[in-house]
Write a protein that binds this ligand. Structure first.
Ligand code: AMP
Length: 210
């Protein structure tokens, strides 16, 4: 199954992508994680992407399209994949179509902007493995330490309140039109994000017929 997760930053795409990945045994691909890894390694890609990411802007289409193309060509994607954070613009969706990728389902996670602000400003991520926590809703067992790998958990620069506003703006203007794009193909399914992650997961799995 080839699946796209749509939704504002902080709508819970990453968390749900992990659950679906475990459930369906297909890889979850986050272009954001790939880019952050590149920034951390100081690679040419990372240098190119950093300023866009820090300001909450989108990295240019041709850069992310190339990343995605390379990633889905890998062996582990043969049985399908979950895209978390791609496509984020109509040209990216068109590029995916042009690659001949058949999409089975586009799941849009709906969460109000006010709730997103609260979620993202409390989010902490492991700087080593990328696991995600929240200071109120999903704290790590030991503050500042990742449960999964023992790495340090930190606030992402783009989770600072001013940047969150910019990212929401970018989402509404550049990414949200994808709902109309996929609605036309009949593949769009909408799920209302719930306060409890497990409740959202139940709705997501139901929407996927699992
Ligand atoms: P995310 O973790 O998905 O919120 O992504 C973090 C940042 O990476 C975004 O704010 C963008 O700067 C960049 N990014 C990730 N995916 C894409 C994409 N598909 N198109 C453009 N920029 C992206």
């Amino acid at each position: 199954m080839n699946l796209i997760l749509l939704g504002a930053p902080g709508a819970g795409k990453g968390t749900q992508a992990e659950v679906i990945c475990d459930h369906l045994q297909i890889p979850a691909i986050s272009t954001g994680n790939i880019l952050r890894e590149a920034v951390k390694n100081g690679s040419e890609l990372g240098l190119k992407a950093k300023s866009f990411m820090d300001s909450g802007a989108l990295v240019p289409d041709e850069v992310v399209i190339n990343i995605l193309k390379e990633r889905i060509a890998q062996d582990d994607c043969k049985k399908g994949f979950i895209l978390d954070g791609f496509p984020r613009t109509v040209p990216q969706a068109e590029a995916l179509d042009a690659m001949g990728v058949q999409i089975d389902c586009v799941l849009s996670l709906e969460v109000a902007d006010e709730a997103i602000m609260q979620r993202l400003s409390g989010r902490r991520v492991c700087q080593d493995c990328g696991a995600s926590y929240h200071i109120d809703y999903k704290p790590s067992k030991v503050e500042g330490v990742c449960d999964r790998c023992g790495g340090k958990t930190v606030q992402r620069k783009d989770d600072e309140p001013e940047t969150i506003k910019d990212r929401l703006n970018v989402y509404h203007t550049q990414t949200e039109p994808l709902k109309a794009y996929y609605s036309k193909t009949g593949k769009l399914v909408t799920v209302e994000g719930q306060e409890e992650v497990a409740d959202t997961t139940a709705l997501v799995l139901k929407a996927l017929g699992e």
